[in-house]
Design a binder for this molecule. Sequence first.
Ligand SMILES: NC(=O)c1ccc[n+]([C@@H]2O[C@H](COP(=O)([O-])OP(=O)(O)OC[C@H]3O[C@@H](n4cnc5c(N)ncnc54)[C@H](O)[C@@H]3O)[C@@H](O)[C@H]2O)c1
Length: 338
Amino acid sequence: MSTILLTGATGYIASHTWLELLAAGHDVVGLDDFSNSSPVVLERIAELSGREPVFVRAGVTDADALDALFSAYRIDAVVHFAAFKAVGESTQQPLRYYANNIGGLLALCTAMRAHGVGRFVFSSSATVYGRPETLPIREDAATGATNPYGETKLMGETILRDLAAAEPGWQSGVLRYFNPVGAHASGRIGEDPRGTPNNLMPYVAQVAVGRRPRLAVFGDDYDTPDGTGVRDYIHVVDLAVGHVKALERLLAHPGSFTVNLGTGRGYSVLELVRAYERASGRPVPYDIVARRPGDVDSCYADPARARELLGWTAERGLDAMCEDSWRWQSLNPAGFDG
Ligand SMILES: NC(=O)c1ccc[n+]([C@@H]2O[C@H](COP(=O)([O-])OP(=O)(O)OC[C@H]3O[C@@H](n4cnc5c(N)ncnc54)[C@H](O)[C@@H]3O)[C@@H](O)[C@H]2O)c1
């Protein structure tokens, strides 16, 4: 049994990972500043796990808070989720994104080094592939960011690679997520975006529940079977299990790695809309509008390396993703603080 620090612990992906880590027998220390999440998540984790969460409210850029945390708990490994993640906002507020995403990573690695902790799992993203040249996308494909958010992920990967090369005790698992969706099967935790959702499924969910009138579909003239963009959606619980497997690999074997976490299967916007209508029994009216700059036709993973290295494969299909999202959305129509 190991003790794992989760930064960004009350966020969407981390909260699901927290539950999977506890279920796998690990202890968890969570850290978050609630800049994009609610303290109610802690109550839900207590309810679902039957354990009182160990939690520190602090910013991951706060060196003193990190020093106090690593002094108070014997941490075996860190999963670093804390970051800002809105692509559009990152183009308008690049300094804020670099300060939080790169500043946070540097502060965290510095504190870990000072306390002799060298195992690190990093939330990266398929966005590092920019415009993919071949599909499915393998980890050795060319990388290139198209916005400041993507740059922070690429830079984060570079920092971790350089650290592992320089310091024998340092090992990192870089996880490139495709499109996380869905929610915990209980309907008690899920994605709760503040303001207008940036991602498709939470937007569709809010239309289905009546919070927004219609969905805007950005373009129907892409080079895909129905003309709408194709993405690799991955159930957040499968993604959470991927983190447990990555940590267990780092704790048991020397060496760093980079893996895609995706299903290997792409669905179009309209396929997702229809699956959501089936799952919810509600109509999701939509309008086709202009393409969004920067969007690609199709993007899906080759998940072979994660299977070979971590023994991990995504198990939940599109219907389960929509059903679990809908359970969360319909039980919590206004999110955690509603
Ligand atoms: N959701 C996606 O589509 C997606 C895809 C690829 C990668 N990622 C990455 O996965 C990670 C988690 O994403 P998510 O979707 O769960 O986002 P999220 O916003 O729900 O979670 C991030 C959490 O980090 C916290 N946080 C942000 N800055 C902080 C700071 N300085 N100090 C302490 N806490 C801070 C927020 O309050 C939030 O709880 C992020 O690094 C994100 O970039 C997400």
